[in-house]
Design a protein around this ligand. Sequence first.
Ligand SMILES: Nc1ncnc2c1ncn2[C@@H]1O[C@H](COP(=O)(O)OP(=O)(O)OP(=O)(O)O)[C@@H](O)[C@H]1O
Ligand code: SF4
Ligand SMILES: [Mg+2]
Length: 390
Amino acid sequence: MSMGEQKDRIMEVEDLTVRFFTYEGIVKAIDAIDLDVIRGETLGVVGETGSGKSVTTYAMMNLVPPPGKIVKGKVVYYRDGRPLVLTEMEEEDIRKLRGSEISRIFQEPKAALNPVFTVGSQVAEAILIHRLNEMLDLAIKNLESSEKSTLNSWRLSVLKRARKDPSDILVRFVKRIPILRRLYWTPLRKEVRKEVVRLFQLMGIPDPDRVYDMYPHELSGGMQQRVVIATALSCNPHLLIADEPTTNLDVTVEAQILELMKELKEKLGTTLIYITHDMGVIAEMSQRVAVMYAGNIVEVADVYTTFKKPLHPYTKGLLEAIPMPGKPLKDIPGTVPNLINPPSGCRFHPRCAQAMDICKKSKPKLVEVEPEHWVACFLYHNEVDEVVES
Ligand SMILES: Nc1ncnc2c1ncn2[C@@H]1O[C@H](COP(=O)(O)OP(=O)(O)OP(=O)(O)O)[C@@H](O)[C@H]1O
Ligand code: SF4
Ligand SMILES: [Mg+2]
Protein backbone atom coordinates (compact mmCIF):
# COMPACT_ATOMS: atom_id res chain seq x y z
CA MET A 1 0.00 0.00 0.00
CA SER A 2 1.26 3.45 -0.79
CA MET A 3 -0.52 4.98 2.17
CA GLY A 4 1.20 8.12 3.37
CA GLU A 5 3.97 7.76 0.79
CA GLN A 6 4.89 11.44 1.01
CA LYS A 7 4.64 11.35 4.79
CA ASP A 8 7.37 10.55 7.24
CA ARG A 9 6.70 6.93 8.14
CA ILE A 10 8.18 5.30 11.20
CA MET A 11 6.93 1.85 10.35
CA GLU A 12 5.60 0.04 7.34
CA VAL A 13 3.87 -3.33 7.45
CA GLU A 14 3.60 -5.08 4.13
CA ASP A 15 1.67 -8.23 3.29
CA LEU A 16 2.11 -9.42 6.88
CA THR A 17 0.81 -12.93 7.36
CA VAL A 18 0.91 -14.78 10.69
CA ARG A 19 -0.12 -18.36 11.35
CA PHE A 20 -0.33 -20.32 14.62
CA PHE A 21 0.51 -23.95 14.16
CA THR A 22 -1.63 -25.63 16.81
CA TYR A 23 -2.74 -29.24 17.40
CA GLU A 24 -6.26 -28.30 16.36
CA GLY A 25 -5.03 -26.88 13.08
CA ILE A 26 -3.42 -23.81 11.55
CA VAL A 27 -4.88 -20.59 12.95
CA LYS A 28 -4.96 -18.01 10.15
CA ALA A 29 -4.49 -15.16 12.61
CA ILE A 30 -3.20 -12.33 10.40
CA ASP A 31 -3.97 -12.34 6.73
CA ALA A 32 -1.70 -10.36 4.41
CA ILE A 33 -2.17 -6.97 6.03
CA ASP A 34 -0.64 -3.64 4.98
CA LEU A 35 -0.32 -0.73 7.37
CA ASP A 36 1.77 2.43 7.69
CA VAL A 37 2.50 4.22 10.93
CA ILE A 38 3.28 7.92 10.54
CA ARG A 39 5.98 9.44 12.76
CA GLY A 40 4.50 11.37 15.68
CA GLU A 41 0.91 10.19 15.26
CA THR A 42 -1.36 8.22 17.54
CA LEU A 43 -2.75 5.34 15.56
CA GLY A 44 -5.71 3.65 17.21
CA VAL A 45 -6.21 -0.03 16.46
CA VAL A 46 -9.69 -1.31 17.21
CA GLY A 47 -11.60 -4.55 16.78
CA GLU A 48 -13.38 -7.25 18.77
CA THR A 49 -11.48 -9.83 20.76
CA GLY A 50 -9.46 -12.16 18.55
CA SER A 51 -9.33 -9.74 15.61
CA GLY A 52 -5.53 -9.73 15.64
CA LYS A 53 -4.64 -6.44 17.30
CA SER A 54 -2.08 -7.89 19.70
CA VAL A 55 -0.57 -10.35 17.23
CA THR A 56 -0.13 -7.61 14.59
CA THR A 57 1.76 -5.44 17.02
CA TYR A 58 3.82 -8.37 18.33
CA ALA A 59 4.79 -8.99 14.71
CA MET A 60 5.83 -5.33 14.51
CA MET A 61 8.53 -6.17 17.08
CA ASN A 62 9.21 -9.56 15.51
CA LEU A 63 7.95 -11.08 18.76
CA VAL A 64 5.15 -13.41 17.65
CA PRO A 65 4.96 -16.06 20.40
CA PRO A 66 5.18 -19.75 19.45
CA PRO A 67 3.43 -21.68 17.98
CA GLY A 68 2.95 -18.51 15.92
CA LYS A 69 5.11 -17.59 12.96
CA ILE A 70 5.35 -14.77 10.46
CA VAL A 71 5.02 -16.81 7.29
CA LYS A 72 4.99 -13.97 4.77
CA GLY A 73 5.48 -10.24 4.41
CA LYS A 74 7.72 -7.78 6.14
CA VAL A 75 7.94 -5.11 8.79
CA VAL A 76 10.16 -2.12 8.10
CA TYR A 77 11.19 0.29 10.83
CA TYR A 78 12.53 3.66 9.69
CA ARG A 79 15.32 4.96 11.86
CA ASP A 80 16.26 8.52 10.86
CA GLY A 81 14.77 7.78 7.44
CA ARG A 82 16.88 4.63 7.04
CA PRO A 83 14.83 1.45 6.57
CA LEU A 84 15.55 -1.49 8.87
CA VAL A 85 13.72 -4.65 7.85
CA LEU A 86 12.88 -6.13 11.26
CA THR A 87 11.59 -9.37 9.78
CA GLU A 88 15.02 -10.04 8.28
CA MET A 89 17.24 -8.82 11.12
CA GLU A 90 19.23 -10.97 13.54
CA GLU A 91 17.39 -11.52 16.83
CA GLU A 92 20.28 -9.96 18.75
CA ASP A 93 20.01 -6.69 16.78
CA ILE A 94 16.24 -6.49 17.13
CA ARG A 95 16.57 -7.07 20.85
CA LYS A 96 18.60 -3.86 21.04
CA LEU A 97 15.74 -1.98 19.36
CA ARG A 98 13.08 -3.47 21.58
CA GLY A 99 12.79 -1.67 24.83
CA SER A 100 14.96 1.13 23.52
CA GLU A 101 13.44 2.48 20.32
CA ILE A 102 10.32 0.35 20.13
CA SER A 103 8.62 -0.28 23.42
CA ARG A 104 5.42 -1.98 24.52
CA ILE A 105 3.00 -1.57 27.40
CA PHE A 106 1.44 -4.93 28.05
CA GLN A 107 -2.25 -5.69 28.46
CA GLU A 108 -1.80 -6.90 32.05
CA PRO A 109 0.33 -4.90 34.54
CA LYS A 110 0.63 -7.89 36.89
CA ALA A 111 2.42 -9.86 34.20
CA ALA A 112 4.79 -6.98 33.50
CA LEU A 113 5.94 -6.45 37.09
CA ASN A 114 8.03 -8.88 39.10
CA PRO A 115 6.47 -9.34 42.57
CA VAL A 116 9.77 -9.87 44.38
CA PHE A 117 11.50 -6.61 43.43
CA THR A 118 10.59 -3.06 44.36
CA VAL A 119 8.94 -1.17 41.52
CA GLY A 120 11.69 1.46 41.49
CA SER A 121 14.42 -1.11 41.07
CA GLN A 122 12.55 -2.63 38.12
CA VAL A 123 12.42 0.66 36.25
CA ALA A 124 16.05 1.31 37.28
CA GLU A 125 17.03 -2.02 35.75
CA ALA A 126 15.46 -1.04 32.42
CA ILE A 127 17.35 2.26 32.48
CA LEU A 128 20.63 0.54 33.33
CA ILE A 129 20.18 -1.77 30.35
CA HIS A 130 19.20 0.83 27.80
CA ARG A 131 20.75 4.09 28.97
CA LEU A 132 23.84 3.02 30.90
CA ASN A 133 26.26 5.39 29.16
CA GLU A 134 24.03 8.41 29.69
CA MET A 135 23.75 7.54 33.41
CA LEU A 136 27.49 6.94 33.71
CA ASP A 137 28.17 10.34 32.12
CA LEU A 138 25.88 12.02 34.64
CA ALA A 139 27.49 10.21 37.57
CA ILE A 140 31.00 11.07 36.32
CA LYS A 141 30.07 14.73 35.88
CA ASN A 142 28.65 14.90 39.40
CA LEU A 143 31.68 13.22 40.94
CA GLU A 144 34.03 15.57 39.13
CA SER A 145 32.30 18.58 40.63
CA SER A 146 31.91 17.13 44.13
CA GLU A 147 34.48 17.24 46.93
CA LYS A 148 37.79 15.55 46.28
CA SER A 149 38.33 12.49 48.41
CA THR A 150 40.25 9.29 47.92
CA LEU A 151 37.01 7.32 47.73
CA ASN A 152 35.55 9.66 45.15
CA SER A 153 38.63 9.57 42.97
CA TRP A 154 38.55 5.75 43.11
CA ARG A 155 34.89 5.80 42.20
CA LEU A 156 35.61 8.16 39.35
CA SER A 157 38.25 5.92 37.90
CA VAL A 158 35.98 2.84 38.10
CA LEU A 159 33.07 4.68 36.46
CA LYS A 160 35.31 6.06 33.73
CA ARG A 161 36.67 2.60 32.99
CA ALA A 162 33.09 1.28 32.83
CA ARG A 163 32.16 4.06 30.43
CA LYS A 164 35.10 3.25 28.19
CA ASP A 165 34.78 -0.50 28.25
CA PRO A 166 31.92 -2.29 30.04
CA SER A 167 33.88 -5.54 29.97
CA ASP A 168 36.91 -4.00 31.72
CA ILE A 169 38.32 -6.54 34.16
CA LEU A 170 38.31 -4.17 37.17
CA VAL A 171 34.71 -3.14 36.41
CA ARG A 172 33.64 -6.76 36.23
CA PHE A 173 35.37 -7.47 39.53
CA VAL A 174 33.70 -4.51 41.27
CA LYS A 175 30.29 -5.50 39.93
CA ARG A 176 30.63 -9.04 41.19
CA ILE A 177 31.56 -8.30 44.81
CA PRO A 178 28.55 -6.84 46.66
CA ILE A 179 30.58 -4.67 49.08
CA LEU A 180 32.66 -3.17 46.30
CA ARG A 181 29.61 -2.75 44.12
CA ARG A 182 27.91 -0.73 46.81
CA LEU A 183 31.02 1.34 47.45
CA TYR A 184 31.83 2.20 43.86
CA TRP A 185 28.40 2.06 42.27
CA THR A 186 26.63 4.47 44.66
CA PRO A 187 27.06 7.56 42.45
CA LEU A 188 25.62 5.66 39.49
CA ARG A 189 22.71 4.26 41.52
CA LYS A 190 21.94 7.76 42.75
CA GLU A 191 21.66 9.07 39.19
CA VAL A 192 19.43 6.21 38.09
CA ARG A 193 17.20 6.64 41.13
CA LYS A 194 16.87 10.34 40.35
CA GLU A 195 15.79 9.46 36.81
CA VAL A 196 13.22 6.90 38.02
CA VAL A 197 11.78 9.40 40.50
CA ARG A 198 11.57 11.97 37.70
CA LEU A 199 9.66 9.48 35.53
CA PHE A 200 7.32 8.58 38.40
CA GLN A 201 6.65 12.28 38.86
CA LEU A 202 5.91 12.64 35.16
CA MET A 203 3.45 9.75 35.52
CA GLY A 204 1.61 11.57 38.29
CA ILE A 205 2.67 9.10 40.98
CA PRO A 206 2.37 10.85 44.36
CA ASP A 207 5.36 10.66 46.71
CA PRO A 208 7.56 9.04 44.04
CA ASP A 209 10.60 8.67 46.27
CA ARG A 210 8.64 6.49 48.69
CA VAL A 211 6.91 4.53 45.92
CA TYR A 212 10.37 3.68 44.51
CA ASP A 213 10.94 1.30 47.43
CA MET A 214 7.50 -0.30 47.36
CA TYR A 215 6.60 -3.73 46.01
CA PRO A 216 3.98 -4.16 43.27
CA HIS A 217 1.37 -5.65 45.63
CA GLU A 218 1.53 -2.54 47.80
CA LEU A 219 0.23 -0.43 44.90
CA SER A 220 -3.26 -0.09 43.44
CA GLY A 221 -3.95 -1.32 39.89
CA GLY A 222 -3.81 2.25 38.59
CA MET A 223 -0.46 2.92 40.25
CA GLN A 224 0.94 -0.39 39.00
CA GLN A 225 -0.05 0.53 35.46
CA ARG A 226 1.63 3.93 35.86
CA VAL A 227 4.81 2.12 36.85
CA VAL A 228 4.51 -0.15 33.80
CA ILE A 229 4.09 2.88 31.56
CA ALA A 230 7.07 4.55 33.25
CA THR A 231 9.14 1.44 32.46
CA ALA A 232 8.05 1.56 28.83
CA LEU A 233 8.94 5.26 28.65
CA SER A 234 12.18 4.94 30.61
CA CYS A 235 14.20 4.31 27.48
CA ASN A 236 12.68 7.24 25.52
CA PRO A 237 11.13 5.04 22.83
CA HIS A 238 10.43 6.44 19.39
CA LEU A 239 7.51 4.08 18.92
CA LEU A 240 5.35 3.02 21.83
CA ILE A 241 2.77 0.26 21.49
CA ALA A 242 0.10 0.39 24.19
CA ASP A 243 -1.94 -2.80 24.21
CA GLU A 244 -5.16 -2.08 26.13
CA PRO A 245 -3.18 -0.51 28.98
CA THR A 246 -6.31 0.40 30.93
CA THR A 247 -8.10 -2.97 31.00
CA ASN A 248 -9.22 -3.84 34.54
CA LEU A 249 -8.93 -0.27 35.76
CA ASP A 250 -11.96 1.65 36.94
CA VAL A 251 -13.28 4.42 34.70
CA THR A 252 -11.88 7.34 36.69
CA VAL A 253 -8.38 5.85 36.80
CA GLU A 254 -8.67 4.96 33.12
CA ALA A 255 -9.54 8.57 32.28
CA GLN A 256 -6.52 9.78 34.28
CA ILE A 257 -4.15 7.38 32.55
CA LEU A 258 -5.47 8.28 29.09
CA GLU A 259 -5.00 11.97 29.84
CA LEU A 260 -1.50 11.31 31.09
CA MET A 261 -0.52 9.29 28.04
CA LYS A 262 -1.74 12.04 25.74
CA GLU A 263 0.27 14.61 27.67
CA LEU A 264 3.41 12.49 27.70
CA LYS A 265 3.11 11.77 24.01
CA GLU A 266 2.92 15.49 23.25
CA LYS A 267 5.82 16.25 25.55
CA LEU A 268 8.11 13.49 24.28
CA GLY A 269 7.03 13.39 20.63
CA THR A 270 6.61 9.62 20.79
CA THR A 271 4.69 7.81 18.06
CA LEU A 272 1.91 5.85 19.71
CA ILE A 273 -0.03 2.81 18.60
CA TYR A 274 -2.99 2.50 20.91
CA ILE A 275 -4.90 -0.79 20.95
CA THR A 276 -8.38 -1.07 22.37
CA HIS A 277 -11.77 -2.65 21.71
CA ASP A 278 -13.46 0.47 23.04
CA MET A 279 -14.59 3.01 20.42
CA GLY A 280 -14.90 5.65 23.15
CA VAL A 281 -11.20 5.32 23.95
CA ILE A 282 -10.40 5.42 20.22
CA ALA A 283 -12.21 8.76 19.92
CA GLU A 284 -10.31 10.06 22.93
CA MET A 285 -6.83 8.93 21.93
CA SER A 286 -6.27 8.57 18.20
CA GLN A 287 -5.62 10.72 15.21
CA ARG A 288 -5.96 7.87 12.75
CA VAL A 289 -7.83 4.61 13.21
CA ALA A 290 -7.24 1.12 11.81
CA VAL A 291 -10.22 -1.21 12.22
CA MET A 292 -9.40 -4.91 12.36
CA TYR A 293 -11.69 -7.85 11.83
CA ALA A 294 -10.72 -11.54 11.94
CA GLY A 295 -7.09 -10.97 11.01
CA ASN A 296 -7.68 -8.28 8.38
CA ILE A 297 -7.55 -4.52 8.37
CA VAL A 298 -10.95 -3.52 7.00
CA GLU A 299 -10.85 0.27 7.24
CA VAL A 300 -8.29 3.03 7.86
CA ALA A 301 -9.17 6.71 8.16
CA ASP A 302 -8.61 9.75 10.34
CA VAL A 303 -10.58 9.69 13.58
CA TYR A 304 -13.15 12.25 12.44
CA THR A 305 -13.98 10.31 9.27
CA THR A 306 -14.09 7.03 11.20
CA PHE A 307 -16.82 8.37 13.45
CA LYS A 308 -18.69 10.67 11.07
CA LYS A 309 -18.41 8.90 7.73
CA PRO A 310 -17.50 5.27 8.33
CA LEU A 311 -17.80 3.04 5.27
CA HIS A 312 -17.22 -0.57 6.28
CA PRO A 313 -20.32 -2.35 7.67
CA TYR A 314 -18.17 -3.68 10.53
CA THR A 315 -16.98 -0.19 11.54
CA LYS A 316 -20.60 0.98 11.42
CA GLY A 317 -21.55 -1.97 13.62
CA LEU A 318 -18.85 -1.10 16.17
CA LEU A 319 -20.14 2.45 16.32
CA GLU A 320 -23.73 1.34 16.84
CA ALA A 321 -22.57 -0.89 19.68
CA ILE A 322 -21.25 2.08 21.69
CA PRO A 323 -23.44 2.47 24.77
CA MET A 324 -25.26 5.82 24.66
CA PRO A 325 -27.84 7.14 27.09
CA GLY A 326 -31.35 6.78 25.71
CA LYS A 327 -30.28 4.63 22.77
CA PRO A 328 -30.81 0.87 22.64
CA LEU A 329 -27.57 -1.03 22.36
CA LYS A 330 -27.24 -2.74 18.99
CA ASP A 331 -24.73 -5.56 19.07
CA ILE A 332 -23.20 -6.82 15.86
CA PRO A 333 -25.03 -10.10 15.25
CA GLY A 334 -23.05 -13.34 15.19
CA THR A 335 -19.64 -13.99 16.66
CA VAL A 336 -16.01 -13.64 15.66
CA PRO A 337 -15.18 -16.62 13.43
CA ASN A 338 -12.81 -19.41 14.28
CA LEU A 339 -9.65 -18.63 12.34
CA ILE A 340 -8.70 -22.25 11.75
CA ASN A 341 -11.49 -22.37 9.19
CA PRO A 342 -12.23 -18.72 8.47
CA PRO A 343 -15.15 -17.78 6.21
CA SER A 344 -14.30 -17.63 2.50
CA GLY A 345 -14.08 -14.33 0.63
CA CYS A 346 -14.78 -11.40 2.91
CA ARG A 347 -14.35 -12.81 6.41
CA PHE A 348 -17.17 -10.57 7.62
CA HIS A 349 -19.76 -11.91 5.18
CA PRO A 350 -21.61 -14.29 7.58
CA ARG A 351 -22.36 -11.32 9.84
CA CYS A 352 -22.89 -8.66 7.18
CA ALA A 353 -26.44 -7.51 6.40
CA GLN A 354 -25.28 -6.17 3.03
CA ALA A 355 -23.35 -9.23 1.87
CA MET A 356 -23.55 -9.96 -1.87
CA ASP A 357 -22.65 -13.04 -3.89
CA ILE A 358 -19.14 -11.84 -4.62
CA CYS A 359 -18.47 -11.43 -0.87
CA LYS A 360 -18.53 -15.20 -0.34
CA LYS A 361 -16.17 -15.89 -3.21
CA SER A 362 -13.59 -13.12 -3.22
CA LYS A 363 -11.68 -11.17 -0.66
CA PRO A 364 -12.01 -7.38 -1.01
CA LYS A 365 -8.75 -5.45 -1.19
CA LEU A 366 -8.00 -2.54 1.15
CA VAL A 367 -8.39 0.34 -1.33
CA GLU A 368 -8.03 4.11 -0.94
CA VAL A 369 -11.54 5.15 -2.00
CA GLU A 370 -11.16 8.76 -0.85
CA PRO A 371 -7.94 10.58 0.01
CA GLU A 372 -6.47 8.85 3.10
CA HIS A 373 -9.60 6.75 3.52
CA TRP A 374 -9.06 3.04 2.92
CA VAL A 375 -11.70 0.36 2.96
CA ALA A 376 -11.86 -3.35 2.17
CA CYS A 377 -15.46 -3.84 1.01
CA PHE A 378 -17.15 -4.54 -2.33
CA LEU A 379 -19.82 -1.92 -1.64
CA TYR A 380 -17.21 0.72 -2.56
CA HIS A 381 -14.97 -0.88 -5.17
CA ASN A 382 -14.51 -4.16 -6.95
CA GLU A 383 -10.81 -4.81 -6.40
CA VAL A 384 -10.12 -8.36 -5.31
CA ASP A 385 -7.24 -9.20 -2.99
CA GLU A 386 -5.53 -12.20 -4.56
CA VAL A 387 -4.60 -14.15 -1.45
CA VAL A 388 -1.95 -16.75 -1.91
CA GLU A 389 -2.56 -19.47 0.69
CA SER A 390 0.29 -19.81 3.11
N1 LIG B 1 -0.74 -18.58 21.28
C1 LIG B 1 -1.70 -18.68 20.37
N2 LIG B 1 -2.05 -19.89 19.86
C2 LIG B 1 -3.02 -20.02 18.94
N3 LIG B 1 -3.71 -18.98 18.43
C3 LIG B 1 -3.41 -17.74 18.89
C4 LIG B 1 -2.41 -17.53 19.88
N4 LIG B 1 -2.33 -16.21 20.13
C5 LIG B 1 -3.26 -15.62 19.34
N5 LIG B 1 -3.90 -16.55 18.58
C6 LIG B 1 -4.97 -16.29 17.62
O1 LIG B 1 -4.66 -15.17 16.83
C7 LIG B 1 -5.81 -14.39 16.60
C8 LIG B 1 -5.54 -12.97 16.96
O2 LIG B 1 -5.35 -12.86 18.35
P1 LIG B 1 -4.98 -11.50 19.09
O3 LIG B 1 -4.52 -11.87 20.43
O4 LIG B 1 -4.08 -10.68 18.26
O5 LIG B 1 -6.39 -10.78 19.18
P2 LIG B 1 -6.72 -9.36 19.84
O6 LIG B 1 -7.37 -8.56 18.77
O7 LIG B 1 -5.53 -8.80 20.48
O8 LIG B 1 -7.82 -9.77 20.91
P3 LIG B 1 -8.05 -9.23 22.41
O9 LIG B 1 -8.93 -8.02 22.25
O10 LIG B 1 -8.79 -10.34 23.06
O11 LIG B 1 -6.76 -8.95 23.04
C9 LIG B 1 -6.94 -15.04 17.39
O12 LIG B 1 -7.74 -15.77 16.51
C10 LIG B 1 -6.25 -15.95 18.35
O13 LIG B 1 -7.03 -17.08 18.57
S1 SF4 C 1 -17.35 -7.09 1.28
FE1 SF4 C 1 -19.44 -7.77 1.34
S2 SF4 C 1 -19.61 -9.01 3.18
FE2 SF4 C 1 -17.74 -7.84 3.33
S3 SF4 C 1 -18.34 -6.08 4.45
FE3 SF4 C 1 -18.49 -5.49 2.33
S4 SF4 C 1 -20.59 -5.98 1.81
FE4 SF4 C 1 -20.22 -6.96 3.74
MG1 LIG D 1 -5.00 -8.43 22.45
